[in-house]
Design a protein around this ligand. Structure first.
Ligand code: ATP
Ligand code: MG
Length: 577
């Protein structure tokens, strides 16, 4: 393409709401524009990158045996009522009524629609397994859209759904998708990790998120420096302590002490002259409306994801003042486990603790010298806290490292959650009617593009990895008014086009500096500079965007040289994955 005819509205100013570099650069490079909060248009250069990502995804999904479909964005409420999500999905689901007053939504995901199709069409085990995917627009009314297309409201997603007759088949489908994701993100040139992720009440480690490692990532991940263990921070398990040294101290009589207006752990520890490790925190939650107390040592924090999974509930929320009052008999800030009117679950961090401080369930009082078993009974003691860098790997006891990550993909073994609720069954080999076993697998296309920029940029702009670059080469004639330069540049442009190379010629009547800056900003992997000095030697200058290491190539050989370089680079990404 000719730069002069292209629509590349680059800008110098960074928009004030662009907090992360990918958002800034996508705007500055003229790749996206905001329409309204969390809703973006892709302009030509940006959309080419999207198409590149989509075709890598498509190739690998097809290679893994999945078949492409295209499902509607608008979905009827009835299906969501069948699955139960019309109630549970909350405000992220954009709901509306059509002219007949029928409730509808714009799909944030497609489990209901695909399950409906499959239950109508699949009758026997002979038709299984099936894996259907689409690349399609989703809408999620995110509470805080931010970071440009990384967390927006309208976005393109590849979503796949697998249907199997048995557990073994479902595991094989999951594995096939897991492997396809490894290839997809490898081909995108990412430094990434699959991490164990929360799979809600389904349990087990049947969910992996694919995280691109980047400081700007919204997710925290933890990985072991010795074995391959890697997990989302909220999921990371903590092994049950093997040995607990509780010391020989005698159990002292429990005593209520006045602590006027002293509520937080910091206030209690400084008021009573104890450390946070001497205190036990009592948090009251509502699990599907039923109160439950969770205990953790004062210097640790409850991981609500773990608690929710342990309780196997649909909704877990911190209790309000009225519930606290009715369960503990006191206002907020003085809750403790003694004589509390609900079940108590403790974190492992309480093991071995003696004579500790708790809220006294009485306004302005705490109890000292409280002890488990003697003063209160636990329903269970389990892993409920958030992991820390000082913890050991739950598998091999190795040391852990924390990092930030951008979740670009997610594979999930759904089991029978939707098929059961929506009666998606089949006739098995043994003549019995059984429920289909499902998996779902998503990739955020726009977020993948943003993640690529987060991982690959410099002070001058984007550095596209070859497989995602909107164009592979940009020819920069330093002066279009110089006939010799213009002619050589045009010839090279034609030669590259004949070789099907994705090439831009910057034929604008601009200063060389402006052209160089724009080429760097939009991140084209190879720049060919055509100038009089090198031309006098019969050569042009090649500059890879990534290394900046210039090489001079004879002008007649430049087209072949560049074609080969691109092919080699693309093959390298392919081979690596
Ligand atoms: P997150 O925790 O980041 O909200 P999620 O768990 O809700 O993600 P999934 O439902 O698993 O995401 O969706 C699959 C993929 O879709 C994600 O891995 C991500 O790449 C992409 N995605 C999800 N939400 C958004 C969004 N608001 N903007 C852009 N991409 C998104
Ligand atoms: Mg989300």
């Amino acid at each position: 393409m000719r730069y002069s005819q292209m629509f590349i509205p680059t800008v110098k100013e960074v928009p004030s709401d662009a907090e992360v570099v990918s958002h800034q650069l996508m705007i500055r490079a003229g790749m996206i524009r905001k329409l309204t909060s969390g809703v973006y248009s892709y302009l030509p250069l940006g959309y080419r990158v999207i198409r590149k990502i989509e075709s890598i995804v498509r190739e690998e999904m097809n290679r893994a045996g999945a078949e492409e479909v295209f499902l509607p964005a608008v979905q009827p409420a009835e299906l969501w009522m069948e699955s139960g999500r019309w109630t549970f999905y909350g405000k992220e689901l954009l709901r509306f009524k059509d002219r007949h007053n029928r409730d509808c939504c714009i799909g944030p995901t497609h489990e209901e629609v695909i399950t409906d199709i499959v239950r109508n069409e699949i009758q026997t085990y002979r038709q299984l397994p099936k894996n259907l995917y689409q690349i399609q627009t989703k809408f999620r009314d995110e509470i805080r859209p931010r970071f440009g297309v990384m967390r927006c409201r309208e976005f393109g997603m590849k979503d796949a759904y697998s249907f199997d007759a048995d557990e073994e088949g479902a595991s094989a489908s999951y594995r096939a998708m897991f492997d396809a994701y490894i290839r997809i993100f490898g081909r995108c040139g990412f430094d990434f990790r699959p991490v164990e992720a929360d799979s809600g009440s389904i349990g087990g480690s049947y969910s992996h998120e694919f995280m691109v490692v980047a400081d700007s990532g919204e997710d925290a991940l933890v990985f072991c420096t010795s074995c391959g263990y890697a997990a989302n921070l909220e999921k990371a398990e903590i092994a049950k302590p093997e040995e607990v040294i509780s010391g020989s101290a005698a159990l002292l009589p429990r005593e209520d002490v006045p602590t006027p207006d002293v509520r937080t752990i910091e206030e209690v520890s400084s008021f009573l002259g104890v450390t946070p490790q001497d205190i036990v925190k009592t948090l009251i939650f509502l699990a599907d409306g039923k109160p439950v107390a969770a205990l953790v040592r004062g210097d640790e924090d409850i991981n609500e994801v773990k608690l929710k999974n342990y309780l196997n509930c649909d909704v877990l929320e911190l209790a309000g003042d009225d519930v606290i009052q009715s369960v503990t008999g006191s206002p907020r800030g003085f809750a403790g486990p003694v004589n509390i009117r609900c079940d108590i679950i403790a974190d492992y961090s309480l093991m071995g603790m003696k004579n500790f401080v708790v809220g006294a369930n009485r306004k302005d009082y705490h109890s000292i010298h409280c002890n488990m078993d003697r003063d209160f009974q636990l329903r269970d003691c389990t892993d409920l806290r958030i992991i820390r860098p000082s913890d050991n790997c739950p598998h091999c006891k190795g040391s852990l490292r924390f990092a930030r990550g951008i979740e670009v993909g997610h594979v999930f073994k759904l089991g029978t959650k939707y098929s059961k609720a929506m009666h998606a069954t089949f006739l098995d080999r043994d003549g019995k009617e059984k429920v289909l076993i499902m998996g779902c697998y998503g990739i955020g296309i726009g977020r993948t593009m943003a993640a690529a920029i987060e991982q690959s940029h410099d002070g001058n702009g984007i550095i596209w990895p070859m497989p995602l670059a909107p164009y592979h080469v940009i020819i920069t004639p330093v002066n279009m008014k110089d006939e010799g330069i213009a002619a050589a540049a045009e010839r090279l442009y034609r030669d590259l086009q004949e070789r099907n190379v994705e090439v831009i010629i910057d034929d604008r009547d601009e200063r060389a500096g402006v052209k160089f800056n724009d080429a760097d900003l939009i991140g084209i992997p190879i720049r060919i500079t055509v100038g009089s000095k090198t031309l006098a030697r019969g050569a042009v200058e090649l500059k890879p965007r990534k290394t900046g290491m210039m090489v001079e190539v004879p002008v007649d050989e430049a087209a072949d040289y560049v074609t080969r370089a691109i092919r080699d680079e693309l093959e390298r990404y392919h081979a690596q994955s």
